[in-house]
Write a protein that binds this ligand. Structure first.
Ligand code: DAH
Length: 353
């Protein structure tokens, strides 16, 4: 085979190799094999000197054509491969704008805190101040100074969580000690009166504890809001007007209230307050057990015995007090059938409010 045919065969072979190179690295291997320092075409060009005078220009011309053809093919293949590499990268980075977005659920205030804030706001609007007391409380503040006799049933270890003081010998078998988890917010009344002289208009929100098994209407830990007013010339009419105003603010101006005689050790007289049922408007339905009324709080005129514990002048000052359960108000306002739903942390439920 003459040199010219050899070159022609090399051109075909090289062009096929270039077309078949599937990436830039393989394309470069092909380039080096033909056009590199030790490449086959380079070898032929180097050998031109040994050819005869007639052969040299012909072979020289054809070799140059082959080299140009290969260089052009290499260049073309290279840009094709570059373009597809770019396409691949773009495809890999592509954003599918039809996918649904990632939803971020922001946290929010718990219903109990919301209701507490609403209730506190109503009284702050009337000029009351917010006060607080400890959740681990002394028997003295929780019971004794609130006029509970020594044998009052609420003092039983079956109703109240007592804090055992393990550092003391002689803790009895029931675990009773003089430290307990407060069973109501009423001890804040005593702590406040110890600190401040009348006139006094305060509201005390907080957590309380009772030894109850959780069921639809009981929780062993819940929230109360206590109110206390002490001033000269306060009457039961002031108490009624205040709580009637509160109920209308909280539940709506079409709601009515009624005061039923009741007993609490620390108030005399005492009452329980009912608000007219929001479901039936007072006609009687399943929600209000046919009575047309829903019980929402306890209240009364402060018993002078209580003032005796804090050295308030019972001749000069009169007071009223009230206590309400926040979970109960939340349940009445939003028709929640089971108080346990408020502490289970199920966001599908809690997000509704
Ligand atoms: N402490 C009472 C309870 O937990 C509620 C209560 C009733 C508070 C009458 C008061 C009140 O201040 O006057 O059941």
């Amino acid at each position: 085979m003459g040199v010219a045919e050899e070159l022609e065969a090399m051109r075909r072979e090289a062009l096929a190799a270039i077309a078949g190179a599937i990436d830039l690295a393989r394309l470069d291997v092909v380039r080096v094999a033909y056009l590199g320092k030790k490449g086959s075409l380079t070898g032929i060009l180097r050998g031109l000197g040994s050819l005869s005078a007639e052969e040299r220009p012909v072979v020289g011309k054809v070799s140059n054509e082959v080299r140009q053809a290969l260089e052009a093919a290499l260049e073309e293949r290279k840009s094709a491969l570059d373009a597809s590499a770019l396409e691949e990268r773009v495809a890999a980075d592509a954003v599918d704008v039809t996918l649904p977005g990632r939803v971020r659920m922001p946290g929010r205030e718990h219903l109990i805190n919301m209701i507490t804030r609403e209730i506190v706001d109503v009284f702050v609007g009337l000029g009351y101040q917010v006060v607080e007391g400890p959740e681990a409380e002394l028997d003295y503040y929780n019971f004794t100074a609130l006029n509970h006799p020594p044998a009052h049933p609420a003092r039983a270890a079956s109703d109240t969580f007592y804090v055992r003081d393990l550092s003391c010998d002689g803790v009895d078998a029931t675990g009773e000690s003089d430290v307990l988890l407060r069973t109501h917010t009423s001890p804040v009344q005593i702590r406040t009166m110890e600190q401040v002289k009348p006139p006094l208009y305060v509201i005390a929100p907080g957590r309380v504890y009772r030894r109850d098994i959780a069921d639809p209407s009981h929780l062993p830990q819940f929230h109360q809001i206590e109110g206390l007013v002490v001033d000269e010339g306060i009457t039961f009419g002031d108490l009624k007007g205040t709580l009637d105003y509160f109920c209308k603010e909280m539940f709506g101006h079409d709601r009515r209230t009624r005061f039923r005689p009741h007993f609490f050790p620390f108030t005399e007289p005492s009452a329980e307050v009912d608000v007219s049922c929001g479901i039936c408007g007072g006609d009687g339905c399943r929600f209000c057990k046919g009575t047309g009324w829903l019980e929402i709080l306890g209240c009364g005129m402060v018993d002078p015995n209580v003032f005796g514990y804090v050295d308030y002048d019972t001749e000069r000052y009169v007071g009223f007090a009230f206590g309400l359960g926040v979970e109960r108000i939340a349940a009445l306002k939003y028709n929640i059938p089971d108080l346990r739903m408020l502490v289970e942390g199920d966001m599908r439920f809690l997000r509704q409010f």
